[in-house]
Design a protein around this ligand. Structure first.
Ligand code: RRO
Length: 305
């Protein structure tokens, strides 16, 4: 159809999916609309063992600025395999399973285990969590370390491996190219930008995790710049994420060079945002004389290269 897009190993009905961490395992959203309309669903980053996350408060909202210091709170591989993925199997939606870890061995074991679930169609390797002391950014900021982890995880799964990059680097293209050379099938960017906020009364950091990751509309221009830079430098598809709230944001991200997009923080203020954007897409495409999403992707690929 005019909305469908092909990702490595995965044909999507449309290019819209909720971003990891902003949609849990879908439970709260399934009451509001049929999750089968989504192009794909990226669930919360899952680690080998359950994690309680950072102390509260874990979120701070101020207008378009959102800081989180969740700290990789998740139920762990066993519960995700036994409960969360079977729950999601009732919907006709491919699951992109986000995976995180503290060590290379943790990542490998979690990727291998989660790849066995029937409805998991791709792995999103999260090497960009800014809110944990062990793992996260230490795997995402050094091109060689990122490449080594990608290679090892690729070796333990038959599924396509998409790698989620951090914007907290001076040269995201260097990380992107290293990860591509190591066998990544697609890249996802951006994760959140590290930030901090303080309370005037206590004079202390607001977040329980002290620092946090910045997301929301205020990161959109950073994401667009990085998606264009990376899409210009690699052959594999780029999935664009960062500050997307409207159908125009989606199309702008695709013009930057994305093959598909993820909507993250916007789900907090409006749980219907993914559905509304999917419905608005063909209407806006008509206004802009866009025939199909695949045509737009091809047009932009020709322009960027
Ligand atoms: O859980 C988190 O604190 C978190 C993760 Br794993 C991530 O990848 N990005 C983010 O902003 N927060």
């Amino acid at each position: 159809s005019r909305l469908s897009v092909q990702l490595p190993g995965l044909l999507l009905k449309n290019p819209i999916m909720p971003a990891s961490g902003c949609f849990g395992f879908g439970e709260e959203f399934a009451d509001k609309y049929d999750l089968s309309i989504l192009g794909a669903l990226v669930d919360k980053s899952t680690t080998l063992e359950p994690r309680v996350g950072n102390p509260s408060p874990r979120y701070f909202h101020s207008g378009e600025r959102i800081l989180n210091s969740v700290g990789l709170k998740n139920p762990g591989v066993e519960a995700v395999l036994a409960e969360k993925l079977p729950y999601l199997a009732q919907f006709d939606v491919p699951i992109i399973q986000s995976v995180a870890g503290s060590t290379v061995e943790d990542y490998e074991a979690a990727v291998a285990a989660l790849s066995k679930a029937e409805n998991v169609k791709a792995i999103e390797l999260n090497i960009s969590c800014p809110n944990v002391k062990q793992g996260g950014l230490q795997f995402g900021t050094d091109p060689e370390i990122a490449a080594d982890l990608t290679r090892r995880c690729k070796a333990v799964t038959d599924l396509p491996l998409y790698v989620k990059l951090t914007p907290n680097v001076t040269d995201i293209v260097a990380v992107a190219k290293a990860v591509e050379a190591a066998g990544a099938d697609a890249l996802v960017l951006i994760n959140t930008i590290t930030g901090q906020t303080f309370d005037l009364e206590t004079r202390k950091p607001v977040l329980g995790g002290v620092t946090g990751g910045l997301s929301g509309a205020s990161v959109k221009f950073v994401a667009l710049r990085m998606v264009r830079q990376v899409a210009s430098a690699v052959e594999i598809p780029v999935i664009g994420v960062g500050g997307i709230e409207t159908v125009d944001d989606v199309l702008e991200m695709m013009i930057a060079g994305a093959t598909a997009v993820q909507i993250g923080s916007a789900n907090y203020a409006n749980p219907m945002v993914c559905k509304e954007v999917i419905e608005a897409l063909p209407v806006r495409m008509d206004e802009l004389n866009m025939i199909s999403i695949e045509d737009l992707i091809a047009e932009m690929k020709a322009e960027i290269r």
